[in-house]
Design a binder for this molecule. Sequence first.
Ligand SMILES: C[S@@+](CC[C@H](N)C(=O)[O-])C[C@H]1O[C@@H](n2cnc3c(N)ncnc32)[C@H](O)[C@@H]1O
Ligand code: SF4
Ligand code: SF4
Length: 488
Amino acid sequence: MTIDPAQPYRLHPQAALRPEPFGALAYHYGNRRLTLLRSPELVALVEDLERHPSIGAALAAAPIAPARHRALTAALDSLAGSSFLVPAGAPAAEVGTATPAPFAGPAPAPTRGTTMGDQLKAGLLAPICLTWEWTYACNLQCVHCLSSSGTRDPRELSTEEMKAVVADLEALQVFYVNVGGGEPMLRPDFFELVEHCVDHGVGVKFSTNGGLLTAEKARRLAALDYVDVQISLDGIDTATNDAVRGDGSFARARRAMQHLHDADFGPFKISVVMTRENVPQVDAFEALAAEFGAELRLTRFRPSGRGTESWKDLHPTQDQQRFLYRWLIERPHVLTGDSFFHLSALGEPLPGLNLCGAGRVVCLIDPVGDVYACPFVLHDEFLAGSVRDPGGFGAVWRTSELFTGLRQPSSPGACASCGSYDACQGGCMATKFFTGLSLDDPDPECVWGNADDLLAEAEAAGAAASFVPTTDHSWSPVALGRKPLRIS
Ligand SMILES: C[S@@+](CC[C@H](N)C(=O)[O-])C[C@H]1O[C@@H](n2cnc3c(N)ncnc32)[C@H](O)[C@@H]1O
Ligand code: SF4
Ligand code: SF4
């Protein structure tokens, strides 16, 4: 046990609680951990701790049945184990001093659903994970790019409009944003925006191809709190990576990693989209991450944006999926953004939420302020509204017809008779949509092959070809093996 129930404890000063119907979400800005407090009584207890001389006294004073004390003490112990609770007398120098802003959103409605999974499916008061694309401009033209990026959109949000979005996110206590694009470092106000987010309690985790990450910028990033950097790499060598990301991109990504390392940035992430070509390289990616003291993050390849074209040639084979599942099960430290939950059908569930969070716990804001259900569905069908609409982002999240629809219980459709449904939940909505399948069909990469015939029919009918991205910012048509690169 980490805690001593006879001693006083309090919430870590760098941790924040966001009320939710089931209890609260807790985020630790220091160690970037996120956890769920699964009951309102636990939340009340944590908030009350600092008023009592010990955990035991706080429990005795709370209107909680003695039979629950053991379970709640265990929950407090687990929170202390991940540094959400600290001894009340610990000096500020040891624990840090930041005080995150309090929640200013609406009061939580009563719980909806009996299990945690049901409650997450019914949607949270604000996203857990919000992807925010800062520009469609990009110095690369990757063949898989989910946002079909390349040229800047003239309607891009101005600096002031971006700051207004940050104000919305701060009020809703969105703890951090995953910043992408396009290439976010191409925005002339990139550092101004990063610093503005951080100053307003919105942590920044940004993804970059590394082409613009100089030694000087690495030092500037290293000096900022609450900023994480993810360098994208889609092959362990020049040949594999550059076939997807463009000539010279491997060397530039490696150089960016070296700059971060030299600047003592700390553990940045190396982010890899899993393809048929790079699944055999996972051990080497792990070794590369270890070499830089970095974390490895693997993402499932979705047939979105320019990926609608390249997915057929690049998505992993069934054998590779089985290999990857076993590899990930043995390596819970490898991050995946919960994106491989369709593989949980193969046995023990992979760590994470294991459900499609679109419009429920995740969403995306694109560079012109349009809000979509998830980062992989930049298409009119999944457009919920705009941050430029009255009420801003918060109103879109709470009231959009699309999001409220996605939060309703859904039928398992063609997966109803599958024994793996609880684990896999029918798979990924974006992957179905952009391959021309119906949303209640099995996942196109269903590990039991239950979508193989449907996929072949859709391909024969050219169904996927009609799912062109709504916004294509490519400079020119891109094909695998033809790889323009611009670095400014
Ligand atoms: C769209 S990029 C934007 C940020 C930056 N330009 C970069 O490449 O990191 C964000 C992340 O999405 C990944 N990505 C791109 N297309 C994808 C796809 N079709 N499926 C899954 N991830 C994809 C990229 O490799 C990158 O790690
Ligand atoms: S995935 Fe490639 S093309 Fe798309 S935004 Fe990132 S670097 Fe640019
Ligand atoms: S049939 Fe549906 S629920 Fe079963 S494994 Fe395949 S995609 Fe998942």
